[in-house]
Design a protein. Sequence first.
Length: 151
Amino acid sequence: MVRRIVIVLAALTLLSGVAWAQRPQKPVIEVYKTSTCGCCRIWVEHLQSSGFTVRTTDVEDLSGIKAKHGVPSRLQSCHTGVIDGYVVEGHVPAADIQRMLKERPKVAGLAVPGMPIGSPGMEVKGVTPQPFDVMAFQKDGKSSVYAAHNR
């Protein structure tokens, strides 16, 4: 009887380990930023508090990263992220990234051009948030509004 219980417990332990290993893993977002950018650090914290695993790489000049990933110059901001085949440029809210990963639109990525006050990482106490759009962009540079905020 005891032997049977030990065998059953061992089998359950093995099966739970297999289930854990087969559990879908969340994609990691790689964020490229400069070492001195405070709003980039706050945006990374916003992503982490929303359940993302974030790896950061500090670089002196982001222009090569932006060019490599096809971020149109009119949509650029202070940091660039890459997640699961998509580019995330600037202060894009975590909820919009989660939506993109769920819907899998045929776009190169999402961008919040500039650094609008009130976007994640750009909150300023006592200052009314600015309206801003999250833009979906294609590799050819075309873009359209993906989400509107603070309207």
